[in-house]
Design a protein around this ligand. Structure first.
Ligand code: F6P
Length: 328
């Protein structure tokens, strides 16, 4: 029979994302609501290895629902990838009396959680937190909605200067392996073309499309490109390539970078974080382990961690068609 849970550890790991604090708050307060103790673990798995813990109660998460980043800090721990590192981390959890773990992070963090569970039988529950939205089993990861709004705001501003100077802008957005941000923010920002890792547009088609848009009377254009796009050139090489082949274009590049990961979480991310935190703790209390809490059709659901890691979060291909049509 599974040991009953009395003390829950919570950590944030991998790239931070807006909404992580709201999720920590929800986990801590759900624990308090159910008379469980809660311990915050600093710097993800690295803090687990070093025993960098803090007792958390409902008042220790006051005034953080509106804050970007993570008060528990985040890290990518190479030591946790070793059996010795994980053993140390386990010893620290046992010493502290922690008997379940909520991991807020992306697929790398979930892989660590799963490994930890298989080695020590330790109950773990994942909450998807990454701006990339590249986790299978949830329509939205924490921070994705906020990042989209940040990117759209930036594109709007770039559009002002692009149209004043009749320029073409390449705007690079985050998304190492996934085009969710580029595709959605590209449509919302009225991008001429959207380049994403999931779809190889090809250099010829890009040139064709830009030529067509010039011929149709457009004086300025925005092309949104995901950082993981596979067109074969980075965004600066792409600028040179387009200028060399289409001299009528005056091209500029804007790489939005890490600003996409910061900022005040949107209402959507705060509500999502609050819902997922409650579900994560209550699932652990119900004896469920090795799952990720997520959102499907606006309902909070559970996906086995192994599927969340292995599955692919597909882009909505209909959006590619929509984008093609509305840029005519
Ligand atoms: O949070 C995900 C992500 O934003 C990716 O899109 C990006 O490639 C990566 O993080 C960069 O993170 P870091 O600079 O922390 O390694």
């Amino acid at each position: 029979m599974q040991k009953s849970i009395k003390k829950v550890g919570v950590l944030t790991s991998g790239g931070d994302s807006p909404g992580m604090n709201a999720a920590i708050r929800s986990v801590v307060r759900t624990c308090a609501y159910h008379n469980l103790e809660c311990v915050g673990i600093y710097r993800g798995y690295q803090g687990m290895i070093e025993g960098d813990f803090i007792e958390m109660g409902p008042r220790s998460v006051n005034n953080i629902i509106n804050k970007g980043g993570t008060i528990l800090k985040s890290a990518r721990s190479s030591e946790f990838r070793t059996p010795e590192g994980r053993k140390k981390a386990h010893e620290n959890l046992v010493k502290e009396g922690i008997d379940a773990l909520v991991v807020i992070g992306g697929d790398g963090s979930f892989t660590g959680a799963l490994m930890f569970n298989s080695e020590f039988g330790f109950p773990v529950m994942g909450i998807p937190g990454t701006i990339d939205n590249d986790i299978f089993g949830t329509s939205h990861t924490l921070g994705y909605d906020t990042a989209l709004n940040t990117v759209v705001d930036c594109i709007d501003k770039i559009r002002d200067t692009a149209s004043s100077h009749n320029r073409l802008f390449f705007v690079e957005v985050m998304g190492r392996d996934a085009g969710h941000i580029a595709l959605n923010a590209g449509i919302a920002g009225g991008a001429e073309e959207i380049l994403i890792p999931e779809e190889d547009l090809g250099l010829d088609r890009l040139l064709e499309s830009l030529q067509k848009s010039k011929a149709s009377g457009k004086s300025s254009s925005i092309v949104v490109i995901a950082e993981g796009d596979k067109i074969g050139k980075n965004v600066f090489e792409l600028k040179d390539y387009v200028e060399a082949n289409l001299p009528e274009y005056d091209v500029r590049v804007s790489v939005l970078g890490h600003m996409q990961r910061g900022g005040t979480p949107s209402c959507f991310d705060r509500v999502l974080a609050s819902r997922l935190g409650v579900k994560a703790v209550e699932s652990l209390l119900d004896g469920v382990s090795n799952f990720m809490v997520g959102l499907k059709n606006d309902t909070v659901n559970l996906t086995p961690l192994v599927q969340a890691i292995k599955g692919k979060s597909e882009i909505d291909r209909e959006l590619l068609r929509v984008s093609d049509i509305i840029t005519t």
